[in-house]
Design a protein around this ligand. Structure first.
Ligand code: TGC
Ligand code: FAD
Length: 392
């Protein structure tokens, strides 16, 4: 892979809207990605291996629990800092950002928000340092967009719960130490349970043959009469709203993260368009290529504004789930379109692993589907503005 020459675009001087702390956090993440992710990520993706050596670096830049209070090992940062960290990591690779999203918003957040003090003390510091890695089991083979239909269930056996069922498409599952698993009680109410690797009847087979997110490990979670200690149930919230609250936080991170992938594609294409000559001129001098580049920077700038405003609303505790859906949907779509156009600007070189664009493009095909598909987020906006449910 070519050396990482990334220069971050800031067409509307958005840095003026950031605090010094937010800029410092971003610089630390940006420098780490350049130093520790860019040199190894292409090979990891080609080999379809999660590069475990980056776990410590992710912890060091505060990517595990950026907004979890420091007393539990988190970085105690605000939502815009969280977003900026996700942006910088996804500039390197969406799969690496996935690992951080899952650890922070889908594992640490539910333990922090719905767990008791003992659970917080037991798990959060180890998750923040990367000593423990976690995964989040919501999706099932027959219940993806409709998680409320899940069949994974647990029965009260007096001194423990007995868990049965299966989850699929689970990021980090093949190496996770713990899984936050959503399952129905005998009354049909959804609860979160912390399942630990090594519990009898619990297995995590890896999913192979992915063309997307190849540097992220994906797998199943299988529960065959797993005895889960009662103290592993998250007691402070039940119902589908609990996992959906975790998704709000992760979707917010994605709305920021994909801006990083888009910036990397744009920056690569811009540089290439100025250097590559055809018909005796740089290809960047042709109107058709300028149109692509001009539209890219326009869309990136709009997405940055949307993410920044959403971050401000989240900091004030005012962002709605529907607002988060709009930003996730818009920004992933924006990044995917930019990746496709950027790939074309590079001609044949666009499909080569010498450049990051094709990897981003393939990764974004997962990002547009997970955490709620493009269509599901549109229906959430539709329901929000009309008051009418078009899901069922
Ligand atoms: P519905 O009847 O609308 O709602 C059920 C209950 O949940 C409440 N609620 C929310 N609460 C908090 N935050 C939200 N965003 C919420 N949305 C809804 C709602 O008020 C209700 O509460 P209550 O008290 O009345 O019961 O639910 P539904 O069954 O009709 O489904 C709604 C729908 C389709 C929007 C939702 O289920 C959905 O978002 N589906 C998409 C599924 C999804 O996003 N799965 C993601 C799996 S995890 C993942 O992909 C990780 S990838 C990680 C990585 O690698 O980065
Ligand atoms: P389906 O729900 O079967 O949808 C298929 C199509 O039908 C989509 O286009 C969808 O938009 C459309 N559709 C569905 N319902 C409606 C409707 N009511 N109206 C109109 N159209 C509809 N899940 C986890 O729990 N944890 C993870 O860590 C995780 N990581 C993932 C990692 C990867 C790489 C991938 C690919 C997925 C991951 N997922 C994870 C699962 C992901 O969240 C689901 O794939 C996603 O929610 C969609 O579910 P599905 O694949 O079952 O598609």
């Amino acid at each position: 892979m070519k050396p990482d020459l990334f220069e971050s675009p800031d067409y509307y001087n958005l840095d003026d809207l950031l605090t010094e702390e937010q800029k410092l956090v971003r610089t630390a993440a940006r420098d780490w990605v350049k130093r520790d992710v860019s040199p190894i990520i292409e090979e990891a993706a080609q080999k379809a291996e999660f590069p475990k050596q980056i776990i410590k670096g992710l912890a060091d830049i505060g990517a595990f629990g950026p907004y979890i209070p420091e007393e539990y090992g988190g970085a105690g940062l605000d939502q815009i800092s969280y977003g900026l960290i996700m942006q910088e990591i996804e500039r390197g690779d969406s799969g690496v950002r996935s690992t951080a999203s899952v650890q922070s918003s889908l594992v640490m957040y539910p333990i922090f928000k719905f767990g008791n003090e003992e659970q917080r003390q037991k798990y959060l510091p180890k998750l923040a340092s990367g000593e423990y890695m976690g995964c989040f089991g919501l999706t099932e083979p027959d219940h993806g967009s409709n998680p409320g239909g899940m069949v994974t269930n647990f029965k009260d056996k007096g001194d423990h719960y007995l868990l049965n069922g299966a989850k699929m498409w689970i990021s980090n599952s093949p190496f996770a130490d713990i899984a936050v698993v959503w399952a129905k009680s005998e009354e049909g109410r959804i609860y979160g349970l912390i399942v630990e690797r090594g519990m009898e009847g619990f297995s995590t087979p890896e999913t192979h043959n992915k063309w997307s997110l190849r540097a992220s490990a994906t797998g199943e979670l299988i529960f065959d009469n797993v005895k889960v200690p009662k103290e592993n149930l998250l007691p402070n919230k039940s119902g589908l709203g609990a996992p959906l609250m975790c998704l709000d936080s992760a979707r917010f991170g994605i709305a920021w993260g994909v801006i990083g992938a888009a910036m990397d594609c744009y920056d690569t294409a811009l540089r290439y368009a100025k250097e590559r000559h055809q018909f005796g001129k740089p290809i960047g001098s042709f109107q058709l290529q300028q149109k692509k580049l001009a539209e890219m920077i326009t869309e990136i700038t709009k997405a940055q504004l949307l993410a920044w405003r959403l971050g401000t609303l989240r900091n004030e505790g005012k962002a709605t789930s529907a607002q988060i859906s709009m930003a996730k949907r818009n920004n992933v779509d924006m990044a995917l379109k930019i990746a496709r156009d950027a790939r074309q600007i590079l001609g044949g070189m666009g499909i080569s692993g010498e450049y990051s664009i094709m990897r981003h493009m393939m990764n974004l095909e997962s990002v547009v589907t997970y955490e709620g598909t493009h269509d599901i987020h549109l229906l959430i906006t539709g329901m929000d503005i009309t008051g009418l449910n078009a899901f069922k």
